[in-house]
Design a protein around this ligand. Structure first.
Ligand SMILES: Nc1ncnc2c1ncn2[C@@H]1O[C@H](COP(=O)(O)OP(=O)(O)OP(=O)(O)O)[C@@H](O)[C@H]1O
Ligand SMILES: [Mg+2]
Length: 366
């Protein structure tokens, strides 16, 4: 059978860098052939972070950043070519998420912005590029997120098990795959992004390796209670969120000023664990197996807090289902590109709240 090679490129809300995968979607078994990670340097990360807020000449800065990101994405694609021995004409399309700098699906705004110059990426790689996956769902009244549940359903659903796929990136999101029931999927709240920002400020590292620093602190119950009172956590799905809602400014308003930094870190980790476990217990009570992916899966303390809070369920990694936890999201964008190229809808209206199924993504031919 002829191969169906697609490339998926994800750069998520954590602003840690670019995940790129080469996949072959030829039946019978899906195959993740090659992977490549390109970390952002400090300058790029802080310029992207600055674009999350109103600032001087931001349209120009956003356009320049889109160009720079596209050069980076192209270099990740070239690396996949090198390691696989494939060339541009072998690959049907690249699905590129782009870098989110605003996500405002709410009624009066109805927009989301992911930076990427897809035309430039097509030019640099000579491969067809599919980008802007979220806008069409928002135009149809949806949240434009999460988009990965359709992919989770396609590759992880098994009739004999009730499963939840939990992604812990900058934001956390779940997909519930339960026999005989519609797929449920929504953002639970902050995943790593608050922990990362706090860690960078106080110990100068981009993230708290394995939750080690958090484990030296103690949860501050009054702070945790205030954070948990955010309206987002009690909203029913469909719902999605981002840095627009959960950021350091939001956190700072609840700090009295004399907290030990490690205690705040412990509290933020608990916030992530508790909002995820509450989401699962409230909306997927019958689930038996939880499979975790995303960088948060590498945080041992967070994983053990989750296992403790979900003690009736088995908690493991998507690695056990055959897909390494670090690459599920990028893999999803390769799959979403295939759906777009084949002209098949890939949003789940029941998840995003859109008024119907839509083909997602804008196609820039090679
Ligand atoms: N060993 C580790 N210990 C603790 N945290 C880790 C470790 N490895 C990764 N992380 C966390 O995972 C984050 C990166 O995760 P990931 O790439 O899945 O997020 P993302 O880019 O926001 O993706 P997405 O938006 O697609 O979910 C890092 O910023 C860090 O917080
Ligand atoms: Mg990432």
């Amino acid at each position: 059978m002829k191969s169906a090679y697609y490339i998926g490129i994800m750069s998520g809300t954590s602003l840690d860098g670019v995940d790129a995968v080469l996949a072959d979607f030829t039946a019978p078994s899906l195959q993740l052939l090659k992977t490549h990670f390109l970390p952002y340097d400090e300058r790029l990360r802080s310029q992207l972070l600055a674009l999350h807020q109103v600032g001087n000449n931001e349209l120009h800065r956003a356009a320049m950043m889109s160009n720079e990101l596209s050069v980076l994405y192209a270099s990740a694609v070239n690396d996949l070519f090198k390691t696989s021995g494939l060339v541009a004409k072998d690959v049907i399309a690249i699905g590129c998420h782009g870098q989110t700098i605003r996500h405002c699906p709410e009624a009066e705004k109805n927009y989301t912005i992911q930076l990427v110059n897809a035309a430039l990426l097509a030019e640099l790689t000579a491969v067809t590029v599919v980008a802007d996956f979220r806008s069409r769902d928002i135009a149809a009244g949806g949240q434009g997120a999460p988009l990965v549940p359709a992919f989770h359903q396609a590759i992880f659903m098994r009739p004999e098990y009730s499963r939840v796929i939990l992604n812990i990136g900058g934001i956390s999101n779940i997909t519930s795959l339960e026999l005989g029931k519609a797929v449920i999927g929504f953002d639970c709240g902050p995943g790593n992004l608050l922990m990362d920002a706090w860690c960078l400020r106080y110990i100068g590292r981009p993230y708290d390796q394995d939750g080690e620093w958090a484990s030296s602190g103690e949860i501050i119950p009054t702070l945790l209670e205030k954070l948990l009172a955010h309206l987002f956590f009690s909203l029913p799905p469909p719902k999605s969120t981002g840095r627009d809602m959960f950021n350091m400014t939001w956190l700072e308003q609840y700090l009295v000023g004399h907290e030990k930094p490690e205690d705040v870190q412990a509290t933020l980790l608990q916030l992530t664990a508790q909002t995820i476990s509450n989401s699962i217990l409230d909306y997927c009570p019958n689930s038996e197996e939880i499979y975790v992916c995303g960088g948060g899966a590498r945080n041992g303390l967070l994983m053990s807090c989750l296992s403790g809070a979900l003690s009736e369920k088995s908690v493991g990694l998507t690695d056990q289902l055959g897909v390494d936890a670090d690459w599920v999201e990028a893999y999803a964008f390769a799959w979403l590109a295939q759906q777009a190229i084949m002209g098949v809808p890939s949003n789940l209206p029941v998840v995003t709240g859109a008024k119907g199924s839509r083909i997602l993504g804008a196609i820039y031919p090679a």
